[in-house]
Ligand binder design. Sequence first.
Ligand code: ADP
Ligand code: ZN
Ligand code: ZN
Length: 748
Amino acid sequence: MEFADVIIDITHEKLDKTFQYIIPEHLRDSIKPGVQVCVPFGRGNRIIKGYVVEKTSVPEYDVSKMKYIDSIVEGSIPIESQMIKMAAWIKENYGSTMNRALKTVIPVSREIKPVTKDYISLNVDEETLKALIGKYSNDKRMKSRVRLLEELSVQKEMPEELVLSKLGVSKSVINTLHENNIIQIRKDTLYRNPFSNLEKKDMYLELNEQQKNVVDSIVGEMNKKNGARTHLILGVTGSGKTEVYMECIANVVSQGKQAIVLIPEIALTYQNIKRFYNRFGDKVSIINSKMSAGERYDQFRRAKEGKISIMIGPRSALFTPFSNVGLIVIDEEHESAYKSDSVPKYHARETAIMRAALTDATVILGSATPSVDSFYKAKNNEYMLHMMDTRVKERPMPKAHIVDMREELKAGNRTIFSNTLKELIDDRLKKRQQIMLFVNRRGYAGFVSCRECGKVIKCPHCDVSLTYHKYGQREYLKCHYCGYEINAMKKCPECGSKYLGQFGIGTESVEKRIKEMFNEARVLRMDMDTTSSKGGHEKILNAFSNQEADILVGTQMIVKGHDFPNVTLVGVIAADMSLYTADYRASERTFELLTQAAGRAGRGTEPGEVVIQTYNPEEYSIVYAATQDYIKYYEHEILYRKLMCYPPVYNMAAILITSDDRRLCGEAARDISGRIDRSNIDGLMVIGASEAVISKINDIYRYVIYIKHKEYDKLVYVKNGVERYIDMIPIYKDKLSVQFDFTPLNNY
Ligand code: ADP
Ligand code: ZN
Ligand code: ZN
């Protein structure tokens, strides 16, 4: 007899374990890990769905009481055992239920019928056909049959939709002819092809020396028995990393394996994707979050059926059901979007490395500003490091000016543009070259406060300030955590003063002032407001790319991986904003944003310049960003991390405890941190419990405990202990929600 461990497909924590079922004789061959099945459940033997996690010949308990698997779910795509392993790994390492972990690795959870197209052809020989046509021609009511048969004798095969629309033959006639075996119907699955409107242009760039060296080295490792498996490319902006990825992909694909390319959603533009399409044609597919569930399902299905061998997409593309992945590329590997913001809070980088290990595949991480975490690992030989320090065709790096805005003020300039920036904008407008103005809005920009009593307008449900917005004539304040909105007030609700002001500079005011100052300039703005509609951000980028505007003003969105050859000036309006977030990575983020922003300048034939306006001209993240010197920045930053026992030198995890009961939440958090403390794990640091920086979201209170240890496994050990402890105490289990975050990017 054989048995299957089945996980019941409901997101109910209490059912988060496997149940054993007997595999009926007739299903023995088709049941394997990953197959979706129907099983009788509970006293009433209600039939519900579940996934087979494991198959075994050893029963775990009394076989006479064990139930039989009812059936296999028709039309479901079985998930590979690889996917089950990934889910188990995610559950263990990031804290989650197995159910949720499974739902994460099987991105299309609902069954969606593939679109099929029916084709009609004859099922009778020439002679029979003649006889039939003869017979039907005598009957007026049979006219449409004659039309169809005559047409088919010429066309051989016709799509059913054409028969219905063009020949005016009804569905019932088709059915009758089919039932009488006069015609046959062939069903063809149609895939919604995301590239259906693209024309393939063969493009092949001869790699330069620097690119060739990196490719040779990576491919060399791939073909070695115990070669390096994870590579980090530190390549300055414009050094041609994409060509390197494509060459490595070509190598893997030629060996019959598949490749996954992760690109941050914001950089998944037509322009970027097209490069892959031109090189690999129909072997490539993409997914993105704007696609319908059906479209995504189709792409995964094509992957599973071996119809494509390269998948490009954001984080979730990592779970493409390829059977033999040979390469996973993570472009712009420093991006915080690679970390999931909902449970399980997995990081695509680590998960990719784990997935790659299953099929002995290679991982390539690439960035001009690698995360300090990855560079640390490269330094410690966990990853193999490759450097690309010159731009293609020896294009120079942009020339940088750091402008001290305090000096500007002293000299009597009260505007948000320094004189240097104004002059350079003027110069570029005259030369008909393009300009990008980057408004760094991380942190507290946009909040509204009273200049008399100092009150900050906050969300009533969350412990965060509301952000000022303007849409047409409407001015309103919005909470970015829960969506709460109110119309902007004229007077301070605390003291009645009418001096309510916005703090920080927004993209809208930059746009307004630029238009006032250079009224002939054509300006585009790209931020949350102008890109909220479907395809909004693509539209703006295309317009700018087609040179329909001279200046693009925007938030972080504009700095990510775009390639506009005509941009020769980048202005950073307020470089400091991201320095003020309460987060140990504030400096890393500032460096990354500024370097990436500067990297947008001078990518074409004309050299570029960048103006960084700041109140902290000596801050090392700003100084090294201006010179695009990653190594110097890293060496400075890692000293600080060592000193403070922060990642990557130490591993750190956040335990977030939330509840709608404030008192219970605080008491439980302190109780839990006390227990962790008393567990006496050598070298473990416990910080808190304390109220989270954002102490309330949507009326749910938040407490946080940070734990740090040199070894990651010790943190996982603590997580498992906390999970067991919560399980033991009914009121905790009932009223608390506990989340783990092993790569806390922000302070909670
Ligand atoms: P990165 O991702 O490193 O910033 P890209 O891969 O986007 O750089 O390349 C920058 C530009 O240089 C692109 O327009 C690309 O088409 C071009 N390019 C890359 N490699 C070559 C090459 N070997 N010869 C000519 N042009 C190249
Ligand atoms: Zn006031
Ligand atoms: Zn809110």
